[in-house]
Ligand binder design. Structure first.
Ligand code: DGL
Length: 277
């Protein structure tokens, strides 16, 4: 059988936090990870740019055999997923699927919040897209959503500053702001796949009655459900427990920082030249 891994895509390292959880749930499947580190962060880029970069990544992963791709990036899910699903897939790969990370979280939110006031911490791009606000309103119109863009959080992580004093400063700044904007928030969504690393720090600045929602385990569960409901896709995904990692940056850079997000060392390859910079 032709090698058909499940593709996992992020602008950089954040998707590794999602892949880590998906692997726990579905260890037998093959996974091919692509981080577009050379062009990260996506969070400050325009719709057009994020869409163009994400579509390139999707096509690249299709060309390497993936018939199912997870956009393990909120910014790409917010700005590119719908267009890719509705406009591009029917033309370029009608029998393949691309899924995002926002919907699995918004579907659950109504069962978590009691106060019906939810805060979303995300990149500037995800906040501007209003994707969380729109998706939650569709499913739970009684919930009030307050968003806060945290533009420093991804650069802090990607510069290995998680433990520095700067990280504490910017975590506190955004938590204080979102809770000041709505003091009834009882649920905070970490709407960027990088942010789960800040969880211990965020907990220092919130009370115990506030739930903190990270996406990894939720996306993993949702993918398990998806594969169960779509045997025609599941059957095509190969299962030899293989992992392949690609980056658009140098392999040194990726291999140095990846363990922070993935929890262990990896070997990666540089994406080949059919992918413009
Ligand atoms: N990890 C991405 C997300 O979930 C964003 C990081 C970036 O700005 O590139 O939104």
């Amino acid at each position: 059988m032709e090698y058909q891994p499940i593709g996992v895509f992020d602008s950089g390292f954040g998707g590794l936090t999602v892949l880590r959880e998906i692997e726990q749930a579905l260890p037998q499947y093959d996974f091919l990870y692509l981080g577009d580190n050379a062009r990260a962060p996506y969070g400050t880029r325009s719709f057009e740019t994020v869409y163009a970069y994400t579509l390139e990544a999707v096509e690249w992963l299709f060309n390497r055999g993936c018939c199912l791709i997870i956009l393990a990036c909120n910014t790409a899910s917010a700005k590119a997923l719908r267009t890719i699903q509705q406009k591009d897939l029917p033309l370029i790969a009608p029998d393949r699927r691309v899924l995002g990370v926002i919907r699995p979280v918004t579907e659950l939110i109504g069962t978590i919040t009691k106060s019906r006031h939810v805060g979303v911490l995300a990149t500037a791009g995800t906040v501007a897209s209003q994707s969380y606000v729109i998706e939650i309103a569709k499913q739970f119109p009684d919930i009030t959503v307050v968003q806060e863009a945290c533009p420093m959080w991804v650069p802090l992580l990607e510069n290995n500053e998680l433990e520095g004093a700067g990280a504490d400063y910017f975590v506190k700044q955004h938590i204080d702001r979102i809770l000041a904007a709505d003091s009834r928030i009882d649920t905070l969504v970490l709407g960027c796949t990088h942010y789960t690393l800040f969880e211990p720090k965020i907990r220092r600045y919130i009370t115990d009655d506030i739930s903190l929602i990270s996406q990894g385990t939720i996306v993993a569960k949702s993918l398990e459900d998806y594969l169960r409901r779509h045997p025609e896709i599941a059957e095509r995904c190969t299962r030899q427990g293989k992992r392949d990692f690609y980056t658009s940056e140098t392999t040194d850079f990726f291999e140095r920082l990846a363990p922070l997000f993935y929890g262990r060392q990896i070997r990666c390859r540089q994406r080949t030249g059919d992918f413009p910079h």
